[in-house]
Ligand binder design. Structure first.
Ligand SMILES: C[S@@+](CC[C@H](N)C(=O)[O-])C[C@H]1O[C@@H](n2cnc3c(N)ncnc32)[C@H](O)[C@@H]1O
Length: 309
């Protein structure tokens, strides 16, 4: 199915923890909100429904394909085709003095995995691209062809949590001496003998996830977005964030308890905590068994919510 067919077939993306993530924003009519990851617009449509024609919602997405999902009948919605790390600049541009809530549903959408031309999935032999924003930046092929072995090893081990990350990095650097990486099958040929058959699907998914995180600088832009969110939220404003792997979950968890990604909580002279955010609940919310069955993509999801103090 082509990107266009997927979009018109209406299966761009099934929203994860739809009610819970939107509940996290504690929406009130007249409020101003940001959906930092618009995608198929599932969460945005739910926010707009609860706004009931009042207030305003800004929907960010760095992938131009997402614009196809913009609701045509909502005067209180603005689509912002940009990386969410720039949300503070955009709010200044639109004259917003502070928002009541920011939602982020991190990573890529089903649309990315299902598009057979973009290289996000090992199911299709596409060019090794993996950029959410195709206007610029390095592709996955560039990463594989130019990074040294130590850098590749770090990416595979850290972002992919792959036990054999070092061996994979070594095999990639050896292989590219003979032939450049261009297509998904080039990478599969290198990785298959190392990964083996027992865990092939799981580990290939991790390898592709690792490359995607690097190509899109996902950890760096998440940190920038969290810091910007803190400046853009009004006191009492809500942050509601869905993560899908342990690295991003740790960053969000630390940030929500301390206001920094290291998770270091400052205390005043009397030992009182000085965090700018107050987490809602002690544990993340995870999808029910029923949701995980219905929407396998939701399986690794964790929802964390915090209120700006
Ligand atoms: C998991 S999907 C969101 C799905 C959405 N909640 C829905 O209900 O359809 C993530 C979306 O965020 C976009 N995205 C990811 N990182 C981004 C970033 N740094 N800046 C802007 N958009 C980003 C992706 O292109 C993708 O469309």
């Amino acid at each position: 199915m082509s990107a266009k067919e997927i979009i018109t077939a209406g299966c761009y993306h099934i929203p994860v923890l739809l009610s819970e993530t939107t509940d996290g924003l504690d929406i009130h009519e007249g409020g101003r909100y940001i959906d930092a990851t618009f995608g198929g617009g599932g969460h945005s449509r739910e926010i707009l429904r609860r706004l009931n024609g009042t207030g305003h919602l800004y929907g960010f997405d760095q992938d131009a394909d997402a614009a196809t999902n913009v609701p045509q009948d909502a005067a209180n919605f603005t689509f912002v085709h940009s990386n969410f790390q720039y949300l503070e600049h955009w709010m200044r541009f639109y004259g917003e003095e502070g928002v009541d809530g920011i939602l982020a549903d991190l990573g890529v959408s089903s649309h990315h995995f299902d598009d057979e031309h973009r290289g996000f999935s090992f199911r299709f032999d596409a060019p090794l691209d993996m950029r959410m924003n195709r206007k610029g930046g390095m592709t996955a092929a560039d990463v594989l062809n130019t990074y040294d072995e130590a850098a590749l090893s770090k990416i595979f081990t850290l972002y992919g949590e792959l036990k054999n990350g070092r061996r994979l990095a070594n095999a990639v650097t050896k292989q590219r001496g003979a032939r450049e990486y261009r297509m998904v099958n080039d990478l599969l040929e290198t990785a298959r003998p190392i990964i083996g058959t027992a865990r092939e699907k799981k580990d290939m998914a991790k390898l592709f996830q690792a490359l995607r995180i690097e190509v899109n600088h996902e950890m760096e832009v998440l940190e920038n977005m969290l810091c910007a969110a803190l400046r853009v939220l009004k006191p009492g404003g809500r942050l509601s964030i869905l993560t899908y792997h342990s690295l991003e979950d740790r960053m969000v968890k630390n940030f929500m308890r301390s206001g920094n990604i290291e998770g270091k909580v400052e205390v005043d002279f009397y030992g009182n905590r000085l965090s700018p955010l107050q987490p809602v609940g002690n544990k993340p919310i995870v999808p029910s068994e029923e949701e995980q069955q219905r929407n396998p993509r939701s399986r690794s999801a964790k929802l964390r919510v915090a209120v700006k103090v």
